[in-house]
Every structure is written in C-alpha cells, then in structure tokens.
Design a protein around this ligand. Structure first.
Ligand code: FES
Ligand SMILES: [Fe+2]
Length: 459
C-alpha cells in the first residue's frame, strides 16, 4: 500500500467516503501498529492504581504488554513487559506490589526502576562479564502524568503530551478535573473491566468520537431508564436549553460531543438519589461555576483522544482504551473514575450506576457491541469490501470560530441543536488517521495542511 494512497484512495473526505479496507485489511493493520501505535501518545493507566512504592499495574500500548509501576523512590515508570533475555512476559499478574519482577523462564530479575538486578549463575555462566547496566527492561521513550492520568509514547521524537493534545485539553480536563472544578483529584474506582469484541478497533473509536446518529440503538435502554436519576440519561429537561455541539480539533485528531448551557441556566441536578448524593452534586455544580466561570457552562459528554482512548466525562465518568488484537478483534478496557474526595455513599452510588450502564454487563454498551460486531463481520467479504462507507453527514456545516454568549470554544464546531447529528467528528478522526499513516515525521504531522473544503482550526 503506497503511503500516499491513504488520503486520496481510502479516506476520501472531499467525497465523504472511506474504504472498508482500512477496517479489514491485514497489511493496513500491520502499518497501523508502526505508524500509529508506535508513535502516538497512549493512555496507560492512572496514578491512583499504583499509590505505593512497588505497586504495579500491567497495561497495554497497542499490542504490547507494558508494566506501569512505582519504584522504591516513588517515581512512576512504564516498561515493556518482555524479558531482555528471551522475551518472556516478565509479569503475568494484572496488578500487585513487588520489590522485584522475576522472569519465570530463567530467573533474570528487574528492580521496580527497571534495572537488571539479578542474573542466575552470573559468575559461573557469564564469568561476571554480562553488562547488567545495558540489559534493564525497555522503557517507553516518553511518559507524562497529566492530572493523574499516565500517558506514554514509544517515540522519542513525539512532541510533548501538551502539544499533542493542543486545544483539546479544555475538553479532556472535564474527565480528569474534580467535579467541583478543582484541578485534578480523581481516582479509579474498583477494578478494570476487560473484554473482547470481534470488530476492528476503529469501530468503537469512531463511535466515541461522536456518533450521535446511533441513538436508535439505545432506545430500549432509554425506555427502561438506566440513567442517573432512574430516568433515561437524555431525559433531562434542562439540557433542552443547551446547545449540543460536535467539537473537533483538526490538527490533532481529538474530538468530543458537548453541551453548552446558556449563561442564565443552572446545571441539571444530574444525580438524584439519597440526599447525600444529590446534595453533593448540587454543591459541586455550584462550586464548578464559581471556579470555572463561563467555562462552567460546558458539559463534555463523550470524546476521543487520538487514536484509541475514549472518555465519558460524567454520565457515567469512565475511560476506555481500544486495544487492537488483529484487524478483526479489539480488547476493550474500561476504567471508572470518581473524585477522590467524594463521600463513600457517592462512590457506592456511582459504582452501581456505572456497572449498570457501561462495560460488558452494562446495558448501554451491550447495544453498541452488537452493532460493531455485526458491522465488521458484514464488511469483511471480498464483495462487501468493494463498497465504501458514507461519511457525508453534515459536510459543509462546520463553524470555524464558534462563540456562544461570549464564550469562544476552540476547535471546529458543528451545532447539533437544529441538525441533530453530524459526522464531523468522525471525519476528523479519519483525517488524522490518514495523516499518521502517510506522514514520515512529526514535522509533517504537526504541520498538516488542511485538505480542501475542510475549515482550519480556530486560532
Ligand atoms: S526469558 Fe527471562 S530469564 Fe530467560
Ligand atoms: Fe452507543
């Protein structure tokens, strides 16, 4: 596959068409591993999963198993979970606490700082000549702790995570800042849910980028009412006053669906349960407006950080990562977030709600998985893959400099208040995907000309 063919041949955004090959083709999948997952910043885990020295959590970056751990001095590391001697998976647990990682195959052992500290028969078999300082665990090239969330990249040439995020930080922050508007302060609630779905990883990635069109899939859930107050999540009259927006950051590939409330409106009391729960959220909303000012009007619902991390910022508040497992399978991991300082009763209430809503047992996520699973299978055949998917919806309705009652939102916006739905965010995801597949350097990636007909990002 010639690199230059991605944008013109397979991802044709001037027509709004994308070839099914990018979802089902083995060669394209292999190139994605090199060009996306070995270069981009990827979400690895949360610092609250490893609060103490020696704590570790085994995560994934693309197809690679990695160890997120805190060393004896408290520093956080991410290592490739593969022994330097013969490649054995050094740590086969999901999480825990350890002074050293000892390889089960021949017994090399590594400190929590990654250094090779133990080699059986070092004197006898290696004649004390093995240079242990050169054979520590492989470290990621770059690592950052962004408001408690740990991100890493294998590429030393990648820009800083802040540059990689660009203007999208305004929107991602709603997931990692406190519900009351404070800076950071979240923690992971309970364990991580992991499950596999027989579809390409880009099906969930595009869905969480902003597929507002698939509400029909969740109709039964809405009728049953698994929302936070026992009613459907969309059954909140206050939100009828809000502008519903698709917001995409074009030169970064990140996108979100958000509500923007009018200045005069108070935020909906989203969680009505016991008085402890409802009072807590009411106080948080008031505090958030005080701390964030006009930005307190923005309610980020769902979004995607390119390429494979998605978030729901409040209903429920979760993180998902779409780990590719071949072109035809995705392993989904879902983390659940709460404010560390929230009362236990609030955390217990949210745990019940999150499980009811998300994950393999959650009623809403089950609907989505059915769609991705059958869509993928029905797109694989030699005949099916000849026919492109359609991504025309809302083309030409993008607003470059969106402003509402004095608040200017960064990114390119489609106003869904009248339009109801658009595929603006999905096009943004695939525009960035094609750029990554074509560009050989970060200089190219960070200075992308915008294809004809696509408005540039707001400055
Ligand atoms: S593979 Fe790990 S010690 Fe040999
Ligand atoms: Fe959905």
């Amino acid at each position: 596959m010639a690199a230059a063919g991605y944008r013109r041949g397979l991802v044709d955004l001037s027509k709004g068409q994308i070839s099914r090959e990018i979802f089902v083709n083995d060669e394209i999948y292999a190139q994605e591993q090199e060009r996306l997952f070995a270069r981009a910043w990827l979400f690895v885990g949360h610092e609250s999963q490893i609060p103490n020295p020696g704590d570790f959590f085994v995560s994934c970056m693309g197809e690679e198993s990695v160890i997120l751990c805190r060393d004896r001095t408290g520093q956080i590391h991410v290592f490739l979970n593969s022994c330097r001697h013969r490649g054995m998976k050094v740590c086969r647990y999901d999480e825990g606490n350890t002074p050293v990682f000892t390889c089960p195959y021949h017994g090399w052992s590594y400190g929590t700082d990654g250094k090779l500290v133990g080699v059986p028969y070092f004197r006898e078999a290696y004649h004390s000549k093995l240079d242990r300082s050169q054979w520590g665990l492989v470290k990621v090239a770059q690592l950052t702790n962004y408001k408690g969330a740990i991100w890493a990249s294998w590429d030393p040439a990648a820009p800083s995570f802040a540059e990689y995020l660009g203007d999208f930080a305004h929107y991602l922050n709603q997931t990692f800042d406190g519900w009351d508007g404070s800076d950071g302060g979240t923690e992971i609630l309970g364990g991580i849910q992991k499950w596999r779905v027989p579809c390409n990883w880009k099906f969930p990635a595009e869905n969480f980028s902003g597929d507002s069109y698939h509400n029909i899939s969740h109709r039964s859930v809405d009728i049953v009412g698994v929302g936070p107050s026992g009613s459907g999540r969309r059954d909140m009259p206050e939100l009828n006053l809000a502008q519903k927006l698709h917001i995409a950051v074009p030169d970064r590939g990140h996108q979100t669906t958000a509500y923007l409330l009018p200045q005069a409106a108070s935020l909906p009391p989203a969680y009505q349960h016991s008085s402890v729960v409802s009072d807590y959220f009411r106080e948080c909303e008031a505090a958030r407006h005080r701390q964030r000012g006009d930005w307190g009007r923005l309610i980020t619902l769902v979004g995607e950080v390119f390429p494979s991390m998605a978030f729901l910022a409040r209903q429920p508040r979760t993180i998902a990562v779409w780990h590719p497992r071949g072109p035809h399978e995705t392993e989904i991991w879902r983390w659940f977030l709460v404010d560390k300082a929230a009362p236990q009763e609030v955390k217990d209430f949210l745990r019940d709600y999150y499980i009811r809503y998300s994950g393999p047992a959650g009623m809403t996520e089950q609907d989505d998985m059915e769609n991705w699973n059958y869509a993928h299978a029905a797109s694989r055949g030699v005949i099916a893959r000849r026919f492109a998917y359609n991504y025309e919806q809302g083309k030409g309705t993008e607003i470059e400099h969106y402003e509402h009652e004095g608040l200017r939102l960064p990114g390119v916006v489609v106003d869904l208040t009248q339009a109801k739905s658009s595929e603006h965010n999905l096009r943004n995801l695939y525009r960035r995907w094609a750029q990554f597949m074509e560009a050989d350097s970060w200089d190219d990636l960070m200075a992308q000309p915008h294809p004809a007909g696509v408005p540039q990002a707001a400055e």
